[in-house]
Design a protein around this ligand. Structure first.
Ligand SMILES: Nc1ncnc2c1ncn2[C@@H]1O[C@H](COP(=O)(O)OP(=O)(O)OP(=O)(O)O)[C@@H](O)[C@H]1O
Length: 266
């Protein structure tokens, strides 16, 4: 594969989640984490999964990633059943999970090293392209411990984007950051999404964050997690989390959410 093909936007991914339930069977109890989930994610769509702690958001993300298997039902990408992890579905977690023994460039190269058909020079060029995209081109030789929390998450984002996956799965990636850093990352992520157009599934329990980022927000009920309501967010982009319109839509969703739980944040 040429570097030009690598840098092209991949654009045929679509997720289909059909009748998915997930039970965790323990020695003493069985937890029903998800029950009869049906949803589709269109190619290039940014979908936020929203709900209180324990409603199964991360479980669904792990099922889409292929890290776990549903107890019932199936998940398809481009019509093919997901049977395990794959390079077309990259995951980014709340904890950056960077390798401390590698520098910034080494971390971004990590996923690229597994890709066949690229020279080492191609890989370095691609890694630098993604470091530029997240605004860290001057930090390619920095060690992980020298970076702020926000910078670490930027490196994690560059590392997830570098293999050019069709689907990006993000599990509360900004939850541990301070408000100002988070706001900058909301702007950057929207900018990156405009340029690289991925199919994104983003887990959060922050209503405003979901409205700020999502094309669609899917609200889950608490255990067992079921889809309660879907909201199409038709606000213009780029959005700022402090926009009045974002706050208004968030207020509507929060009122719905309060009917089911008190532990989500606005
Ligand atoms: N490996 C596991 N073994 C047993 N139970 C689990 C496991 N993983 C998750 N659960 C249970 O499944 C339910 C859903 O958990 P999950 O982490 O998916 O929720 P969540 O909505 O992502 O929560 P949070 O917002 O707190 O991360 C919870 O009751 C949790 O305790």
């Amino acid at each position: 594969m040429s570097i030009q093909e690598e840098l092209g936007t991949s654009s045929t991914a679509k997720l289909s989640i059909q009748n998915v339930s997930k039970l965790y069977r323990g020695a003493r109890q069985t937890v029903s984490a998800l029950e009869d989930i049906n949803m589709e994610v269109a190619d290039g769509e940014f979908v936020c999964l929203l709900g209180a702690s324990g409603c199964g958001k991360s479980t669904l993300l792990n099922l889409i990633a292929g890290l776990e298997k549903p107890t019932e039902g199936s998940i398809y990408t481009d019509g093919q059943p997901i049977t395990g992890p794959g390079r077309q579905r990259m995951v980014m977690f709340q904890d950056h999970a960077l390798f401390p023994w590698l520098d910034v460039m080494g971390n971004v190269l990590f996923g690229l090293n597994l890709k066949p058909g690229l020279t080492q020079a191609d890989r370095r060029e691609l890694a630098m392209f993604y470091l530029k995209l997240v605004g860290l081109e001057k930090f390619s030789h920095a060690n992980v411990h020298e970076l702020s929390g926000g910078m670490k998450q930027r490196v994690a984002l560059a590392r997830a984007l570098a293999p050019n996956p069709q689907v990006l799965l993000m599990d509360e990636p900004f939850a541990a950051l301070d408000a100002m850093t988070r706001e900058q990352l909301y702007a950057d992520l929207q900018n990156i999404q405009q340029k690289r157009r991925k199919t994104v599934v983003f887990v959060t329990h922050n209503v405003r964050e979901a409205v700020c980022l999502g094309d669609r927000v899917i609200l889950f009920t608490p255990r067992p997690g079921r889809i309660h309501t879907e909201y199409k967010i038709d606000l213009p982009r780029p959005r700022d989390i402090n926009d009045v319109e974002v706050a208004q839509v968030a207020r509507t969703i929060t009122n719905d959410l309060k009917l089911h739980t008190t532990s989500a944040s606005v």
